[in-house]
Design a binder for this molecule. Structure first.
Ligand code: ATP
Ligand code: MG
Length: 282
């Protein structure tokens, strides 16, 4: 995305305001910001839904796999670059709204069938994806009977079956309990380690997210305020609080300990409790 400004139809304030952002193959990027900052809008711009389905006015450039979004009809824009790999797949906050099948298997097959992946290959991918999200044995299950965390993992599995170049997870944990949340972040860690996908993970808060990503992008009022490695971004705890994104406790305490002279000044922030405790124990 370069210098992207976007307004929804009939609105005057831009939902995206001068956004420039690049996500490369295999890169894992976290996107955070307060409610209404434009996170979902940004995700939709990266799938062409903004502006193709929403309408509204978009200026600047959004390129998906080299294709200029504005000049390319949606079907063509999202057509695979490489045979049987989707360009982009998205999961949304509410896992139930994404269920399209009466069994987990049907749900997982849907996207790949649309890509024209042969049946045998789809079957193989479904097995792999279910194992990956640790839902082996749930192939015949009724998706609505699953827990919130399981539904979200089914949604991620359905995306994985399409082998997307870019996988976008829009607030995958917002409706989950801490256990479900931990499972999703463990899964994101394995997605990242696989190196197979670029991943964009949207979250409200930075706990868990910061330690899971290569880069952290912070949006405020449609503007990119930070785009840097998490350990750099989390140095600026005061600014993050001002924007309305809560930094992890470890970062806040680490900075306070430095200011109090309890820790030596450091160019990087503590991303989690373990790192902070290790430094304090030294
Ligand atoms: N369909 C729409 N029509 C008009 N304005 C919209 C539409 N969808 C979103 N907006 C506005 O665009 C801005 C960005 O919204 P967006 O949903 O992208 O924010 P967000 O960061 O995803 O918020 P949340 O954390 O609540 O999900 C907000 O001011 C919102 O009110
Ligand atoms: Mg949103």
């Amino acid at each position: 995305m370069r210098d992207v400004e976007f307004r929804y139809p009939g609105t005057s304030a831009p939902a995206l305001d001068g956004v420039s952002l690049t996500i490369s193959d295999g890169e894992v990027v976290g996107l955070a910001g307060p409610t209404g900052a434009g996170k979902t809008t940004l995700c939709m711009a990266l799938t062409g839904l903004v502006p193709h389905s929403t309408g509204g006015t978009l200026s600047g450039s959004v390129k998906l796999g080299g294709r200029e979004s504005r000049d390319t009809p949606l079907g063509e824009l999202l057509s695979p670059l490489d045979a049987d790999r989707a360009l982009v797949a998205v999961t949304f906050q509410d896992p139930e709204s994404q269920i399209v099948g009466m069994t987990v298997e049907e749900d997982l097959a849907f996207g790949a069938e649309n890509l024209g992946v042969p049946r045998e290959e789809i079957n193989r991918r479904i097995d792999e994806a279910l194992a990956f999200v640790r839902l082996d044995g749930f192939r015949e299950s009724f998706p609505y009977s699953l827990s919130g965390g399981q539904k979200q993992r089914v949604a991620i599995a359905a995306a994985i079956v399409m082998r997307p170049r870019l996988l976008i997870l829009d607030e995958p944990t917002s409706e989950l309990d801490p256990q479900g949340r931990a499972e999703i972040f463990e899964l994101i860690g394995r997605l990242a380690a696989s190196g197979e996908y670029a991943v964009l993970v949207v979250e409200h808060a930075l706990d868990d997210l910061a330690a899971a990503v290569d880069r952290l992008v912070i949006l405020e009022s449609g503007k990119v305020r930070f785009d840097a490695p998490p350990a750099e971004v989390l140095r600026d705890v005061d600014r993050l609080v001002e924007i309305g994104v809560r930094p992890p406790d470890a970062s806040v305490i680490g900075i306070a300990a430095e200011r109090a002279g309890l820790l030596p000044p450091s160019p990087i922030a503590f991303l989690d409790d373990a790192a902070l405790l290790a430094a304090l124990a030294r």
